[in-house]
Every structure is written in C-alpha cells, then in structure tokens.
Design a protein around this ligand. Structure first.
Ligand code: DGY
Length: 308
C-alpha cells in the first residue's frame, strides 16, 4: 500500500536512500503539507527529523499508525507518552551517534578554551604580525574538574575524552543517584547539582530534554559555576537558560559558551550572534558520514521490526 510509510523529504541523504531501498511503498510529502495531512489516515509508519515535531492530534489523525521513526536519538519532539498509551512504537537511533556527538563536544571545548575561531579570523584577516607572548591566550584544562550532566552513553564517552586531557570527570544524573559511575577508562562520582556546579571549570550537557531537564541550567545554577567556567551544550537548547548564559558571559562570570543546539532552533536568540567568547555550531553532533549511515540503518531496522 503506497501510504503505508509516510516520510518527509527532510530526510535527504543516507536515510532517504535506505528508506527507499527497504520500503518500496514509501510515500514522501513535506512536513505538514496538505499531502502529508492527507496521507495520515492510512499511514502505518511516520518518519520525521528532529525539527519536525509531532503532536497528539497527529496521532489521532493516524488511526492505523504502528510506529513513528525519527532520524535522531532525541525524542523530545515526539508525543512519547501518547505513543506508549496507544501502543505505537518509537524507532530512534540510540548508540550509533555516541562517539560523533562526544567528539563534537570535545571540539567545542577545545575551540572555546583555545580561542580557535579568533585565531583563525586573525590569520584570515591578513593582519597577523607573528607569534607574540600575550597573543590569544586560552585556558588550560589539565588538572581541572569537568561536570557532565547525564551519565548515558554520550556523557560516558565525553568523560573518556576529557580524562585524556587530564581533567577529572564529575557526573550528575536525572535519577538523583549517587555512587560512582564507571565510564570505561575510570570511575567518577555522581554528585548532586549543588555539589557539582561549584567544582566544574567546564560543564557539558549530555542529558535528554524532558520536563525534568527543561531549564535545568537556569540563572541560579549558572551562577554556582566558578568564575571563568566554560559551558558546552550538544544536547538540547531548552536545557540551558540562554538569556541567563548570555548575561553571565557579558558580566564576565562565564568564561565561554560552546553551542551546537538552541532553544527553538533553527531560530537563534539574536543575542548569541554578538555575545562574547562563544563558539556556535549548526547542530552538527551526529554529522559524520559513517554516523548518518549507521543511523539510517538503525532507523530502518526499527521501522521494519515494528511493521512486522
Ligand atoms: C540527535 O540525534 O538527537 C542529535 O541531536 C542529532 O545530532
């Protein structure tokens, strides 16, 4: 049946290639176009990307729906509780983008603390006059503590990376557990936020956006970080209070902010564009060829399993 699996053209690239190869009846319609709405009543599978939020009303319009697929590990754009209540499976891509996302968080951390964007701009400007003892001095990382919000696979992978830089990882997790986290190449304490924040020269976000984590890093939390701390967000924009972060950058309390994700992306709070000591990326966490191919295979496996 041609309308059995409904996807959007935003999936261009490996996901679309894999979907077309494995689901010959695939129907493509732009998200929320008349054709997309018209196909909902017959759809057994709906596939979207993370910038295409689905609602409970969409589920109500799709009575035959068996599975929602998303080309992401994050599911904050999906009505997950309503899916569970109706027995609709959710096919996402956990696991395969762990290293790519942790690598990108590390790239942001190094770009920020070693002022790579400013250095590159200086060379490209043609005004560089050569090595100077006080030129673009950054901040060293070895010997400092790195707070990691989230002890899932990406948080653990990031801990291994910062440990290799000589930093000490500290974890916070949503379930409030204490004890030690085994991150593969070492063990690190899981602390309450109030204990972790004042110690974190670097704070990196690796938890999903849920009702519990929305606004978790608000002004009061950011103010608990030590002066000069760097904040890295490759998770979801809504976890960080962006206005508070910009205020604290401008006041000098925060040493820098590196972002790959934004609240309400692709719209970006205009204050980011002029905020000091920032590195801003366009949601590149999983953007490697290998990762996107693996995500495509995993997504299609999940859809096939649910469709039976
Ligand atoms: C995801 O898959 O949720 C990531 O944010 C993509 O980079």
């Amino acid at each position: 049946m041609s309308s059995r699996l409904l996807a959007t053209p935003s999936l261009a690239g490996p996901a679309l290639t894999e979907l077309q190869a494995r689901f010959p009846g695939l129907q493509l319609a732009p998200f929320r176009s008349p054709a997309w709405h018209a196909a909902l009543p017959e759809a057994e599978a709906l596939v979207v990307v993370l910038s295409e939020p689905l609602t409970e009303a969409d589920l109500a319009a799709a009575p035959r729906l068996k599975v929602i697929g998303t080309y992401s590990v994050g599911v904050n754009h999906l009505p997950v509780a309503a899916c569970q209540a109706r027995g609709i499976a959710v096919a996402n891509t956990p696991g395969v983008l762990t290293d790519a996302t942790a690598d990108l968080a590390l790239a942001l951390l190094l770009a920020l603390t070693r002022r790579l964007a400013e250095g590159e701009a200086l060379v490209r400007s043609g005004t560089w006059r050569g090595w100077a003892p006080d030129q673009l001095l950054g901040t060293g990382l070895a010997g400092k503590d790195c707070g990691i919000l989230g002890s899932g696979p990406i948080g653990l992978a990031f801990a291994r990376r910062v440990q290799a830089l000589g930093m000490t990882p500290l974890f916070w997790s949503r379930d409030g557990r204490g004890g030690l986290v085994d991150f593969g190449t070492g063990r690190a304490p899981r602390l309450p936020l109030a204990d972790l924040l004042p110690r974190s020269a670097v704070l990196s976000l690796h938890c999903p956006l849920t009702e519990q984590t929305r606004g978790l890093l608000d002004r009061a939390a950011l103010e608990q970080l030590p002066a000069g701390a760097a904040v890295i967000n490759t998770a979801r924009g809504g976890i960080l209070d962006e206005n508070a972060a910009i205020d604290l950058l401008e006041s000098g309390h925060l040493g820098g902010v590196g972002l790959d994700v934004y609240d309400g992306e692709p719209q970006i709070q205009p204050r980011w564009l002029t905020a000091p000591r920032t590195v801003l990326l366009p949601h590149l966490g999983s953007a490697t060829v290998e990762t996107r191919e693996a995500m495509a295979r995993q997504l299609c496996d999940g859809l096939a399993a649910a469709l039976g």
